[in-house]
Design a protein around this ligand. Structure first.
Ligand SMILES: Cc1ncc(C[n+]2csc(CCOP(=O)(O)OP(=O)(O)O)c2C)c(N)n1
Ligand SMILES: [Mg+2]
Length: 624
C-alpha cells in the first residue's frame, strides 16, 4: 500500500510518528516545529503543516519565531530541559532565513543537544536559477549556502529526489536520539522537491520508537578505571552536563558518599549534586570556586563524568597541577572519554556510576582530606554571602542581583543565561539545588540565547518558573522572542541587567592591557575619536514594554526583590529592569584563562599584561 503525498507532507507525517523511550518512559521525539516562512518553504513545509493542523492527520504544532537563530535556541532550550529525549524541528526559507540558523546549529552541536534543521534550498531542477537569494558558485552548480551547515551538523543531507527522503529521515532520527552523536541534524530541502508528490509506502508513517540506550562499561575498561581510582589519595570528580542528561544525580551522590570523593561541577553540570551536599566543592576551572580549584590543583586522580573538558573547566590546562595527575573519563562519547590520556570508560553516566560504586566497594578517601576542604568551603560560603549582600553604592553590584535572585528562587525554578559576565559569576556563586535549575549555555556562550533559550525551557517545563538573566549587550542582540513569548502566552521573567555595555569583555580587556577599549556603549567622542563620549539615550525598559512585556523598573536590591515577587505572581511575561555597576568587585576564582596578549606592543599596559601572561602560561600542561 502506498500513500500519495508531497515530500513536505510526508516529512511532517513521519516526524509526528517518532517516539523515544528510555527507562520504559516513552515520549514524542519531535515535539513541534518552529518556523519562519518565505518563498522557500511557505508552499512546501508550510502547506504541509497547515494541512496537518486542518485535517488532524499529523500532530505537529507550528510555532512562529521572530528570528531563525532564536528558534534554534528555543529548540535547544527545550531539548536540554527534556534531557535530550525530545527535540524540535525548525523550518526556514532559503538563503538568509536558513543561514540565520547556522549559529544555532553550532550552538546545538557544541552543547550536544538535538535539533532538526530544515533549511530550504534552491530548485533541485535548477529550472529558474539563480532564484532570489541563491548563492551562485562559478565552480559548481551543486553548492548552496546550506553547505555552511555541514561542519556544524552531526548529520547533513540534501533531499534532491523524493526517493532519498526515507533513508535520510531514518539516519537523521538515529543521530538525534544517539546521546553520543547528537547535535544539529540538517536536512536541506530544495523548494521544488518540498512540493513534489510521490507514492510513499505506508510503513514509512507507522509509529516508530527510538530506544535511547544506557550503555554499560566494558568489564576490562571498568577494571582499568577502578585500578587508577583505587590508587588515588586526593581524587576529585568533575561532573559535566552528561550527568544531568543521563539523570544520574542520585547515582553520582551515592558514588560520592560511598567513596568520599568530592564533586566539582562544570557550567553544564551545575546542580548535578546540590550545592549544600557535604561533598559538593562547587564550580571548577577559570570561573569556578576557589575551593574546587584548590582541590583540582592537588588532585592525583580526576574522575571526569559527562564532561568534554572545555578550557573553562581545565583553566586552559592549568587547573590540575599534581605532577602525576591521571584522568578517568566516564563518558558516553568515546571522543570525550579519551581526552587527557585518561582511562576511558565509555558508558552512560548513570550506568557507569552504578558500576563504579559496586567496583569501588571498600575504598574511601582519608577523613582529613574531606575535613580540609569542608573548612575551606565554610570560609568560601561566607565570601559568597558577602558578595550576595555587598551593599554596593550607588548602583548595586551584579553579585547582589544574582544573590537576590538565588535566594528568591524555589528549588524547581530555572535560571537561564549564556554570555557576558554573568556565566562566570553564576558558576562561582550560584547555589543550585535541583539538577534542572541551572541552565547556562556555556558551550557556545552565545549572546542572544538567553530569552529564546528561556522560552524553550519554559515550553519544556510549564510547571517551573523560568528566570532569564540577560545583559544589555545580549538583550540588544536578540530581544525579539519576547514577542513570541507574549503571543504564545508562555510566561517568562526576564531580568535585564544593564551595565552600559560589555562588562565582561571590559574587565577582560583591562586585565589584558587593552584598557576596556571598545566595550562600552557610548557616543563617539569628537575630541578623542573614540567611543568614550556620553551615555547613550537608550531605554531598554521602554523597548521591552514596546514588545508587549510587562516591565518593572528597579533601582535598588530591595526594589528588585519586590519586583521578583510581582513577576512571580503575574501570569504575563515580565521584564525586571535593573542597572548595575560594571566595576563592582567580584571574588576571585584563584584560576586562569588563556587569552593571548600581544607579544610586542607600544602600550605600557599591554607590555605589563604580556609579562603577567607569559608567567601564567608557564603553568599550562599537556596531560599525557
Ligand atoms: C554572539 C556573540 N558575539 C560576541 C560574543 C563575545 N562576547 C562575550 S560577552 C560579550 C558582552 C556581553 O555583554 P552583556 O550581555 O551586556 O553582558 P556583560 O558582559 O555586560 O555582563 C561579548 C561581546 C559572544 N559571546 N556572542
Ligand atoms: Mg552589559
Amino acid at each position: 500500500m502506498t500513500v500519495r503525498l508531497t515530500v513536505a507532507q510526508a516529512l511532517v507525517r513521519f516526524l509526528a510518528a517518532q517516539y523515544t523511550e528510555r527507562d520504559g518512559r516513552r515520549q514524542r521525539l519531535i515535539a513541534g516545529c518552529w518556523g519562519i516562512f518565505g518563498h522557500g518553504n511557505v508552499a512546501g513545509v508550510g502547506q504541509a503543516l497547515l494541512q496537518a493542523a486542518e485535517t488532524g492527520d499529523a500532530d505537529l504544532r507550528y510555532y512562529l519565531a521572530r528570528n531563525e537563530q532564536a528558534m534554534v535556541h528555543a529548540s535547544v532550550g527545550f531539548a536540554r530541559m527534556r534531557n535530550r529525549l525530545q527535540a524540535f524541528a525548525c523550518t526556514a526559507s532559503i538563503g538568509p532565513g536558513s543561514t540565520n540558523m547556522v549559529t544555532g546549529a553550532a550552538l546545538a552541536t557544541i552543547n550536544r543537544i538535538p535539533v532538526l534543521l530544515l533549511p530550504s534550498d534552491f530548485f533541485a531542477t535548477r529550472a529558474a536559477s539563480p532564484v532570489l537569494q541563491e548563492l551562485e558558485d562559478p565552480r559548481s552548480c551543486d553548492v548552496s549556502v546550506n553547505d555552511a551547515f555541514r561542519p556544524v551538523s552531526r548529520f547533513w543531507d540534501r533531499i534532491n529526489r523524493p526517493e532519498q527522503l526515507p533513508s535520510a529521515l531514518l539516519a537523521a532520527m538515529r543521530v538525534l536520539t544517539d546521546p553520543a552523536e547528537t547535535g544539529a541534524v540538517t536536512l536541506a530541502l530544495p523548494q521544488d522537491v518540498q512540493a513534489q508528490a510521490h507514492d510513499w509506502p505506508e510503513e514509512l508513517f507507522t509509529e516508530r520508537t527510538w530506544y535511547v540506550p544506557r550503555p554499560v562499561p566494558e568489564p576490562a575498561a571498568l577494571a582499568r578505571a577502578v585500578e587508577v581510582l583505587r590508587s588515588a589519595r586526593r581524587p576529585l570528580i568533575v561532573a559535566g552536563g552528561g550527568v544531568i542528561y543521563s539523570e544520574a544525580s542520585d547515582a553520582l551522590r551515592e558514588f560520592a558518599e560511598a567513596t568520599g570523593i568530592p564533586v566539582s561541577d562544570t557550567q553544564a553540570g551545575k546542580g548535578a549534586l546540590a550545592w549544600d551536599h557535604p561533598l559538593s566543592a562547587g564550580g571548577v576551572g577559570s570561573t569556578g570556586s576557589p575551593v574546587a580549584n584548590a582541590l583540582a590543583r592537588e588532585a592525583d586522580v580526576v574522575l571526569g563524568i559527562g564532561t568534554r573538558y572545555s578550557d573553562f573547566t581545565t583553566a586552559s590546562r592549568t587547573a590540575f597541577q599534581h605532577p602525576d595527575v591521571r584522568f578517568v573519563n566516564l563518558n558516553i562519547a568515546a571522543f570525550d572519554a579519551g581526552k587527557h590520556a585518561g582511562a576511558a570508560l565509555v558508558a552512560d553516566a548513570r550506568a557507569g556510576l552504578e558500576a563504579l560504586t559496586g567496583a569501588m566497594a571498600g575504598y574511601h578517601v582519608g577523613e582529613e582530606y574531606i575535613t580540609g576542604f569542608r573548612e575551606h568551603d565554610a570560609r568560601w560560603q561566607r565570601e559568597v554571602d558577602e558578595a550576595y549582600h555587598l551593599g554596593h553604592q550607588p548602583l548595586p553590584a551584579q553579585t547582589e542581583i544574582l544573590g537576590a535572585l538565588n535566594e528568591f528562587m524555589d528549588d524547581r525554578d530555572v535560571v537561564v543565561q549564556a554570555a557576558g559576565s554573568m556565566p562566570g559569576d553564576l558558576q562561582m556563586l550560584w547555589r543550585a539545588r535541583d539538577p534542572k535549575q541551572y541552565h547556562v549555555e556555556y558551550g557556545y556562550s552565545c549572546m542572544g540565547y538567553e530569552i529564546a533559550g528561556g522560552l524553550g525551557a519554559r515550553l519544556a517545563a510549564p510547571d517551573r518558573e523560568v528566570f532569564v538573566l540577560v545583559g544589555d549587550g545580549s538583550y540588544l542582540m536578540m530581544a525579539t522572542e519576547i514577542v513570541t513569548a507574549v503571543a504564545e502566552g508562555i510566561k517568562l521573567t526576564v531580568v535585564l541587567v544593564n551595565n552600559q555595555g560589555f562588562g565582561s569583555i571590559g574587565s577582560l580587556s583591562e586585565s589584558l592591557g587593552s584598557q576596556r577599549f571598545g566595550t562600552r556603549y557610548r557616543y563617539r567622542n569628537p575630541d578623542t575619536g573614540l567611543l568614550d563620549g556620553g551615555v547613550l539615550p537608550v531605554d531598554l525598559a521602554a523597548n521591552a514594554a514596546s514588545l508587549g512585556a510587562e516591565v518593572i523598573r528597579t533601582r535598588t536590591v530591595k526594589e528588585f526583590g519586590v519586583a521578583l515577587e510581582q513577576a512571580r505572581a503575574s501570569d504575563r511575561t515580565t521584564v525586571v529592569y535593573v542597572e548595575t555597576d560594571p566595576l563592582a568587585p567580584v571574588p576571585s576564582s584563584q584560576s586562569w584563562w588563556d587569552v593571548p596578549v600581544s607579544e610586542t606592543s607600544a602600550l605600557e599596559s599591554t607590555q605589563q599584561a604580556r609579562a603577567a601572561y607569559a608567567a601564567a602560561k608557564r603553568a599550562q600542561r599537556l596531560y599525557l
